[in-house]
Design a protein around this ligand. Sequence first.
Ligand code: KG4
Ligand code: ZN
Length: 341
Amino acid sequence: MTEPLASASRILAIETSCDETSAAVVDNGTTILSNVIASQIDLHAQYGGVFPEVASRQHVEVIYPVVEQAMREAFIGFDDVDCIAVTRGPGLVGSLLVGMNMAKGLAVARNKPLLGINHIEGHISSVWLTEEASDIEFPVVTLVVSGGHTELYLVLDHGRYQHLGGTLDDAAGEAFDKVGRLLGLPFPGGPAIDAAAEGGNPLAFKFPRAMMQRKHGYNFSFSGLKTAVMRQSKQYSRPEHLPVRDLAASFQAAVVEMLVTKTARAAEDYGATAVHLTGGVSANRALRAAMVEAVDLPVRVPPPLLCTDNAAMIASAAHWHFINGRRDTLAMDVFPSLQLV
Ligand code: KG4
Ligand code: ZN
């Protein structure tokens, strides 16, 4: 006799794909009981970017206390957990392995089912952790825009995605981080540029907007923009002469225009009921404001803590797989270049 499908879930999830060590307990993919995030940003700031070997060592250091804290803050024991979920990819191989081994160890020791989750599906699912989740009707156009990814999806249902387009070179967050370094701003560049741009003139420099015509579909390119900012910065003989605020505001305006134009076009073309912004860059205030302005649809953006990497979003994605009966085996391995569709 096969077991009846579960309709509810309490999932302990682990996320270690990049530079955040996170563990969370989430009920039914929507209600967060705990979401502990140990960020390594300070550790990597001295290198101006994420140093993979340092990242994996730090995950090893903190993974146990982070999982323990997530369980403690949720006020539950392992008997109350239905499933262990873990990010399988995409991400840094050494970092992913730390989370995967921890999850497998827990699944064996506590005799729990195991689910390996795609990190991008986690970002897409982060919207279901917000208060409006019960209102969501499909299809939805979701922009996943982070340090590692800039991808546009049509979400037809939970677990059913159509890839519409994505970046052909740098991710938008990567461009923010590189330009931030160029302007002498602290790492990560995204929040620093967001803040610096506030006092700047977005029209001060006319930076290029790439691939805007329809023939380029829903793809993006940010490397030309990055080069244009670099070229402009070289016009100043001393770093202290750089018009940092104007450069930041003009760069940000170009990124925002590219992201908003393609996302709004996709929403119209596919008759979306809403636009969702997810991933670290969706914490950007100018992007949020411009998207709301551009589309005549609800624009849902999770709070900043759920935009950047966190385990609650992995638990949310895992819920829909869990109630549909999916179970992974202990033979599952990490997959650094895992694709969603
Ligand atoms: O989702 P995330 O935590 O990690 C990846 O999966 O990549 O995203 C991190 C990225 C970084 O590139 C960071 O600079 C960017 O998100 N970011 C922002 C803002 N906050 C974080 N970019 C623009 N504006 C922000 N306010
Ligand atoms: Zn991410």
